[in-house]
Ligand binder design. Sequence first.
Ligand code: GLA
Length: 741
Amino acid sequence: MKKQILLTMCLSVATMLSTTAQTLKLKEARFHKGDNMEWKNSSFDDSGWQSMSILKPWNEQGTQNPNNYAWYRIRFTMPQSMLDDSDVKETVLFNMGKIDDADETYLNGVLIGKTGQTPADKGGYSSAWESVRTYSVSAKNKAIKWDGENVLAVRVYNGNDPGGMFGSGVSISVPNRIDGMKTVFAQKSLGDNPVCTATLKNTNRSTAKIILDIDVTDTENGESLQHINKKLSVKGNGTKSFDLAYSKGKCVQIKVTCTDAVTGKKNVTTYIPKYILTPAAPATPRYNGPLVYGVRPGSPVIFRIPMSGERPMKFSVTHLPEGLTLDAANGVISGSIKDRGDYEMTIIGENAKGKTEQKFTIKVGDKIALTPPMGWNSWNCWGLSVSQEKVMSSARALIEKGLADYGYSYINVDDAWEAPERNADGTIAVNDKFPDMKGLGDWLHSNGLKFGIYSSPGDRTCGNYLGSLGHEEQDAKTYNSWGVDYLKYDWCGYSREFEKSSDRSVAAYVRPYLHMQKYLREQPRDIFYSLCQYGMADVWKWGHAVDANSWRTTGDITDTWESLYDIGFVRQAELYPYAEPGCWNDPDMLIVGMVGWSANLRETRLTTEEQYSHISLWSLLASNMLIGCDISRIDDFTFGLLCNNEVNAVNQDILGRQAKREIVDGDIQIWKRPLADGSYAVGIFNVGSENATVDFASYFDKLGISRLSYARDLWRQKDISTTDTRYFIPTHGVKFIKIRY
Ligand code: GLA
């Protein structure tokens, strides 16, 4: 079928440079493990060192070097012509690519940049493997030898392997003045009158005279909403800011063009600011949760009725099974049911504005997690700096800010809660940051939330904390005594155990997980079993057999499009046959909101569109929906992303079928998920770097659709035309719809 993509307007989110500064690209280095500060000097003789590509980590080149230092030395000539060609001749930029994990970079013995921290640094080791390093050096710096030989010496400290320099290699350039003009965007306000600020930053040392053009355009129809054209000068290292207003819920594109008034050279930056699509919830009661709940006979039921609407709200339930009680004020159902069976009931919510009724079934049997788990995990925000206090602050915010009214219920503590040593009797102990695990579990349960924890089948976790090896039974019992409802069991330190044997059969991968499963099942409560071993040995084919409820399918996600694209769009495409109620593919936790994997949080680096794509895809994939941000600092945009009841209903659909990628047509991908009511959820994604207009109908033949009888925009929660199926989809964006045909 003919491709129906019309490329629209402007360029992309990336800054486009129209200048021609020369760039020197370096790909090879000399390499040595270990650490010696003499190796930074240009006079050091490295001729005996091995060669190493700097395009891929050292592991992919036959070297292992966990928790250790290594050095790269790169020799190159810096042509004087690079300096002569620049119209400003101020700085030399060294783009070092990516370095796993921390680096110090020296040019001819002089330190020019450092990212991340080594164990010797104040505050200790801190990984920065995903950072792209650009180090700036004055063109007058005496360390640079123009037309002579230079040595870049890079001291690398690596935590867990893989490690080393990788990515695009080293690029060295002497920028023109216009290259030093950067435009950065920030969301000044959201809500009814959203405003985005565009700030021009002159990173040169001298003043830039520029002609500025700012165009704000409605992406749906190309209409110009605002145009600014002015001459201005921006002082060296100075900034100028412009506020740009746009309408609520509108996808607008901002294009900033800076033209150097002297040379006519330009740079262009485009951006789509945040816009909230999710309509505000009504004041009347509305049920936003799953329609079923699975529990084993006699195990505790902990269910907080997910209902939005004005408070106070009065909850009641008809036909509440024997053994369960309802707290009518906070809507928490608790207790246990002895006998197997399907227990149907009606949940009723009533407030000053109205009343709602919802049919709901508790299925007492062998299966739990009949819909994917929704909740929060500490890793993507706090990393190893997590503490009980931080966990509580997100748990409280989950309730106070209303996320619990949308079904988010698990509060999962990831790595770094464990003490350095076990207790004398071998039981696991907590570190100072977690004064009272049982108290934490009790508080969560009393609020209808569930408690998750993390360990490893190895002697050590990924963060080098204590694992469960040899103490599995004891640990399962301790978890039970704390009221744990979810265990993330992370392979990591088990590699050492694994390497003791040459057995690489599937059974060898299954063994540690089966072992812990036995003890978890012996506990008198249901513990969601989350396997984390990055997809090894096709875990999706045997996760069911070890009674797992979900299994990570890939390595760790991070908040970049690269990572989201690889994990979400590439690596899940063939996994749809393996998901079913009780057993879910897990493409890792959510990367929206304030994240950081450390004590220092920042806003996710995903663009607005990428965030809509992320949540849409995770809903289609029936993925675990574990929020990875500090909920106490959630903004209205992120709340809208996470709390759209129609989008979440796709994730929680009780048929439990994962979407299949039906169409890949260049940059357009269509993922389709059958739903319990006979309709389908469809994500039409634009994974390319240009905006597109897609005619969905042009794919009907391939999708087996003759004509649509119903179509609804899930983010906007509006029925849409069944005949006009042309959709504008910005770069990395999505049209997420529900259809019948
Ligand atoms: C691994 C896991 C992460 C996180 C860390 C904790 O990297 O994949 O999700 O649990 O370990 O150290």
